[in-house]
Design a protein around this ligand. Structure first.
Ligand code: KIV
Length: 272
């Protein structure tokens, strides 16, 4: 019998049970290597469709295909052993009908082995969230600024700055919670509204640019690492990775130009 005890992954119900408790820590991740590093520190990793902008050079998340999400989702699930892995449903893969959403979400779950999916939208997606959760697919919702609706919003703008906008966002939060979502991302929502929503619903709110009033936070990993060329003002940068990469590549180029090549070895053994 194997002596190896597999590490238990966090589950969607365990994240849901953290409502009002210790803050939930999360980051986006798109590859196995960064997933393995972040896995030690985060409760869940989101394979966000932001990968279209961060990794593939698109202007928005709209062109991202389902197959690309599955490929990156699989990589992250291979890299992470402990954290819950959540994969974003890309634009066009779930909005048409609950049946379309189920078909594509089931593919994501089967092919990536992630533990949950995320989709954007409040009231308008409530029926779909109920349909998926009743069929065994844990759903994380996403309200406030929903980047897949960027053309309708007219740009990346903070939501709920005017009190007149609050009722619609509050109704979205209540609708996704009642439909069975296990958590909800609240993006770019003014602090008093984020605080009000967090008190109103019984599932964790995961803020991104939505203040410390939420039950947890998510950031795009490349943004907080200081790797992204442009980051929103609310992001705290915890590293200067772009600078470190620049310095390392410059040193490498200098070495090659000066013919400072590594000593050849007889084997291809790895360093410890
Ligand atoms: O796609 C993404 O990375 C996201 C997060 C910003 C929440 O949806």
């Amino acid at each position: 019998m194997s002596q190896h005890t597999p590490l238990k992954r966090l589950t969607a119900p365990e994240i849901r049970a953290r409502k009002g408790g210790a803050p939930i820590v999360s980051l986006t991740s798109y590859h196995a290597h960064t997933a393995a590093i972040a896995d030690k520190y985060v409760d869940f990793l989101l394979v966000g469709d932001s990968l279209g902008m961060v990794m593939h050079g698109y202007e928005t998340t709209l062109p991202v295909p389902l197959d690309l999400m599955i490929m990156h989702g699989r990589a992250v699930a291979r890299g992470a052993r402990r954290a819950l892995v959540v994969v974003d449903m890309p634009f066009g893969s779930y909005e048409e009908s609950p049946a379309q959403a189920f078909r594509n979400a089931a593919r994501v779950i089967k092919e990536t082995e992630c533990g949950a999916i995320k989709l954007e939208g409040g009231i308008r997606m409530a029926e779909t969230i109920k349909f998926l959760t009743e069929r065994g697919i844990p759903v994380m919702a996403h309200i406030g600024l929903t980047p897949q609706a960027i053309n309708a919003f007219g740009g990346f703008k903070t939501q709920g700055r005017e009190k007149a906008q609050w009722a619609a966002i509050e109704a979205d939060a209540v609708a996704v919670a009642e439909a069975g979502a296990f958590a909800v991302v609240v993006e770019a929502v003014a602090e008093p509204l984020a605080a009000k929503i967090t008190k109103m619903i019984d599932i964790p709110t995961i803020g991104i640019g939505a203040s410390a009033a939420c039950d947890g936070q998510i950031l795009v990993m490349e943004d907080m690492l200081g790797l992204s060329p442009r980051v929103p003002k609310f992001v705290k940068e915890f590293g200067k990775v772009a600078q470190a990469i620049d310095g390392a590549i410059k040193s490498y180029a200098d070495d090659v130009r000066e013919r400072r090549f590594p000593e050849p070895r007889n084997t291809y053994d790895m360093k410890d």
